[in-house]
Ligand binder design. Sequence first.
Ligand SMILES: [Zn+2]
Length: 327
Amino acid sequence: MTPAPDARPIASVSLDLDDLWTYLKVHGDPRWAERPSYLPAFLPRALDTFDALGLKLTVFIVGADARAPANREVLREITRRGHEVGNHSFEHDSWLHTYAPEALESDITRAEEAIAEVTGERPLGFRGPGYSWTPGLLRLLKRRGYLFDASTLPTFIGPLARWYYFRTARLTAEERHTRRMLFGRFRDGFRPLTPHVLRLGDGQTLLEIPVTTMPVTRAPFHFSYLLYLARSSRQLMRAYLQTALTLCRLGGVEPSYLLHPLDLLGADDVDALRFFPGMDLAGALKRELFAETMETMAGRFRLVPMNIHARALLARRLPSRALPASV
Ligand SMILES: [Zn+2]
């Protein structure tokens, strides 16, 4: 007898592998230039956690980390354990939209090559650092054979996140200017919530899979936000997640769910990031809440890496949208 097909809708899970130095860089801390890394400590434990949950996901890797000899073994382990790798740019500048076209192409290509060399797999998906993207970037991804882009976050709270960040960062006037669109604009809240095909011109298209926010309110519910709620009450966190998942099921939304290393690390693991929101929770507690969240999601959705989600989406008729002229 053949097993019954899995009736659960799909949810894809991805991890943006933001390293310690990328946080220092965005915060204007000059120590970033030595590219301090927590990957050799973080990744083995994270991969064990995913294995214990039977979870396969997409890991968006930063090219500069793929070039670092100290990271080679731990990054290779990602594909060895059956996860997908994605491109998260080379320099992790959250202001990619300010790059000249040649500089942009060089950054994306170098990252792609470094990731392919160290993991043995060429990325099929891209996510811009700090949700930054441009129409030219999407055309470049298409030319280079990418299957999907995952750079948009349809929420209204981007400007609020930027305000918090400016308040806590040490930046010069010039650095503030470069980062003026960090985390997006209020109007990003009107971007489509669900995956769609972008018409790039000349008959070309590219699949866009936004980071899923809560249907109706467009409030984020990726795991960093759940942890923020858990600081007040675990019951509140659970109720918020259940509401988000119920709204997704009712609205026919198959979530693309986003994770960050700091979701699984506490200040007891990385002291240099004590300033970051949510770092007052112990690492062990975060990992316990993470396991609970993934088990809750797996009760309602079939959790897969993003390329499997992308292929399932492309096999259906998706809404298509003209590419905006600018961000
Ligand atoms: Zn990032």
